[in-house]
Design a protein around this ligand. Structure first.
Ligand SMILES: N[C@@H](CCC(=O)N[C@@H](CS)C(=O)NCC(=O)O)C(=O)O
Length: 230
């Protein structure tokens, strides 16, 4: 069995390294330089037509979309997700909640709060507000449960890898004690601690700055277009 993770120091990439560490699987890491645009090169597009990290290649079979990778790993090992239909569905529900809500909303909050060359208060408020609303949903779910669904699962890993970066998105977790307790509990897990350093963020910092600049360059024509249409 050979596993190769194509990744970068980002929340979506960390979901997979945290899961692989938790499962104790051996894997090779191929760091993708997002700043240099390596994710858009033909070789990479052959394993992910969407041109984004992470991608896991399992014995030559490529899997893209972090949620799909987590399900693959859970099903392959029989761990981090129940095997009965209802238990599996509950985990998938909270995984989809992250993939369609927490991830995109926090991602857009980061774009408008951190990177966008123009500050658009309504856009920042919209994405931070929706992020905070989704946090309250997690907090309510965690009020009566240690983890999102029964035992620690891929749903916790997916949500945690984003929620732990709330400050960077400018989203407050004050007044959400269950979410805070859960965030700290997962942060204390050795596998989670290892996973969020694969790859090491310090190596990625200059590229992140480059990535921010590249984003600003790509966004400029869209802003000009918006002005013309207004
Ligand atoms: N829904 C995808 C999102 C992947 C994604 O947005 N990856 C970002 C890093 S977190 C990326 O590769 N960005 C580089 C780019 O957009 O070119 C997943 O969960 O795998």
């Amino acid at each position: 069995m050979s596993l190769t993770l194509y990744t970068a120091a980002t929340p979506n990439g960390y979901k997979v390294s945290v899961a692989l560490e938790e499962l104790g699987l051996a894997y090779a890491v191929e760091r993708v330089d997002l700043g240099k645009g390596e994710q858009k090169l033909p070789d990479f597009l052959a394993i992910n037509p969407n041109g984004r990290v992470p991608v896991l290649v399992d014995d030559g079979f490529p899997i893209f979309e972090s949620g799909a990778i987590l399900v693959w790993l859970a099903e392959k090992t029989g761990q981090l997700m129940p095997t009965d239909a209802k238990g599996r569905s509950r985990v998938l529900q909270w995984l989809m909640f992250q993939m369609s809500g927490i991830g995109p909303m926090m991602g857009q909050a980061n774009v408008f709060y951190r990177y966008f060359p123009e500050k658009i208060p309504a856009a920042i408020a919209r994405y931070q507000g929706e992020g905070r609303r989704l946090f309250t949903v997690l907090d309510a779910q965690l009020a009566n449960a240690e983890y999102l669904v029964g035992d620690y699962s891929i749903a916790d890993i997916a949500n945690w890898c984003w929620v732990r970066t709330a400050k960077w998105s400018g989203i407050d977790t004050e007044g959400l004690p269950h979410l805070q307790r859960w965030t700290a509990a997962i942060a204390a897990r050795p596998a989670a601690q290892r996973g969020i350093h694969i790859p090491e963020a310090s190596q990625a910092k200059p590229e992140n700055a480059q990535e921010a600049k590249a984003f600003a360059d790509r966004a400029r024509p869209l802003i000009e277009l918006g002005k013309r249409e207004a």
